[in-house]
Design a protein. Sequence first.
Length: 531
Amino acid sequence: MKTELLPASPEAIRKAGELLKGGSLCAIPTETVYGLAANALDACAVAKIFEAKGRPQDNPLIVHISAMDQLSRVCASVSDAALTLADRFWPGPLTMLLPKADAVPAVVTAGLPSVGVRMPSHEAARAVIDAAGVPLAAPSANASGRPSPTEASHVLEDMDGKIPLIVDGGACTFGVESTVVDMTGPVPRILRPGAITLEMIEEALGAAETDAGVSRALRDGEVARSPGMKYRHYAPHAPVVCFEGAPEDTANAIRAAWRPGDRVLSFFEYWDLPNAYSYAESCDPEGVGRGLFAALRSFDGEEVKRILAQCPRPVGRGAASANRLRRAAAFDCVACTEGVVLGVTGRTGSGKSAFAGEAMRAGYAVLDADAIYKTLLQTDQNLLHALRARFPAAFAAGVLDRRALAQIVFSDERARLKLNAMTHPAVCAEVKRRMAELRAAGKTHLVLDVPLLFESGLDRLCTVTVALFTERSASAARVAARDNIAAEAAHARLNAQPDDAFYLSHCDIPLKNSGSPAQFQAEAQRLLARL
Ligand code: TXA
Ligand code: MG
C-alpha cells in the first residue's frame, strides 16, 4: 500500500473522511500526539488498527468525538462529574472512561464495560471527525511499544506502507498523550497523567486521585486498571535509565555513571553533560512534554549503548512526561536526591511565608532566600566589594544602604540584571551550604522560600516547585499593611514583578491563595502531605 502524506487542507480532510467512511485507516494530528483513526462503530475497521500497530488485542482504544451530542452515541450514561470535566476541559487533552454504549464494538474497548472518550481541540482532528460523520477510535499512531509520534514524519517512520493517508497538521502542541481519568468509580482516578493535571481535576471536582500503577511497575499478580499500564511503552531501541530528583543532582549522578557509548538526554541547562541531547529547560514542563518523544526517537538512528535521562519532576505539570520516561525506562530508575526539596515562589504578598509556616508545621526545615540575601549584604566582603565598584551611589560612608540599592535597580532593568548576576551566585552558594548543614543534621524535607526561584536557578536544587497566586489587589493590600507603605507604592512594587503567566509556565504546581487563610492552610497541607 502506498502511504500518502498530505498537509491538512480541506481537500486532505475530505479525503480522510471518505477513507474513514469506507472502513480504511487514516493518521490524523491532534493537540497531544498523532492518532491512527478508524470508524469507532465499525469492528472490521477497528481491527485494522491493531494489525497496523502490532497492538495487543487486550489494549483498548480511545474514541474521539467532535461535539457533545456524539457522547450519547458511545456512552450509556454520563455522570454530573463527567459533564463538569467535559465543560471545563473539552475540547482538550482529557480522556474520560465512562460506561460504554452497546453501539461501540467490543474490539474498541477490548471487552471492557467502559469506553475512553475524548474531544480533541486540534482543528484538523475535529474537521476529520466531522467529515467522517462518525466517532473515531484512535490510539497513538506509532508502532506498538515505540515513542508516540508528535510530527507527521514520525508516523511515516512507523506506518509507511501500512495505511493509505497521513494528514500532516504540524508538530503537536502538547506532545504527550491525553490524561486518562476513570470516571466509573466513586472518586475520579487518573490512570495516565497528561496536560490536565491531578490538581486541575481536583479543583474542578473537589477530589481526585492517581492510580498507584502510574508511578511504579505492576507487581506480580496485580491487575492493571488500564491495560496500557502492562506494556513496555514509549521505548527507543537502546535501554533507558531514568535519573530522578533535583536537576542538579541528576546531572551529577549522570556525570558519574556515564561510560563511552552512552548518550545523555538532558535539560538545556545541562547541555554540557557528556554526549548530551538537550531538548527543553527543566523549568518548562510544557517544553519538556513537547520535545520528549522526538528526543527519544532521535537516538534510534545511532549506535547507542544506553540512554541516561534526566527525569522531569514527577509532580503537577511534570507528572505526564515523568510517567512516559519512567515507562520508556521500564522503571529502571535511579533516585538522586534524598527526601524532598520544595521550592516555593510567587510575587511579594502571595503567601510564601504563610506556606513556609505550614511546611514547618508539617516537619519541613525552611530556608528563606530573602533573609540569606540580607545577611550576605552585611557579611560577604567579596560581594560587597563588587557591589561598591558597580553601584557606588548605593554606599554612604563606605556602608551599603540597601534601600538606596533597591531604588537604583527598581526602575532600571539593566541595573537589576547586573545586580542579580552578582547576587544570585552568592545566594545560591549560601543556600547550598545551608542545605548541606541541614541534611547533615538529619533533615530530609526542606523548603526553599525564594522570590526569584526560577531567575536565580535555585529551582535546579528542587524536587518540586510551587508557585503561589493571589489577586494583585489582595497582594497589594497585604504588602501595604506588612511593610507599612502606601497602597500605590505596594502596587508599583508588584508591577515590577513577573506576571501570572511567568510563574504558571515555569512551576510544577500552581497554588491559588485567594480564599480564606484557613482554606489556604488546608490546601497547603494537602499538597505537602502528597509529596
Ligand atoms: O492523547 C491521546 O489520548 C492520544 C490521541 C491520539 O488522542 N491517544 C492515545 O491512545 O494515546 P493510546 O491507545 O495510545 O492510549 C490509550 C490508553 C491506553 O493506555 C489504554 O489502555 C487506555 O488508554 N484505555 C483506553 N480505554 C480504556 C478503558 N476502557 N479502560 C481502561 N483503560 C483504557
Ligand atoms: Mg499509545
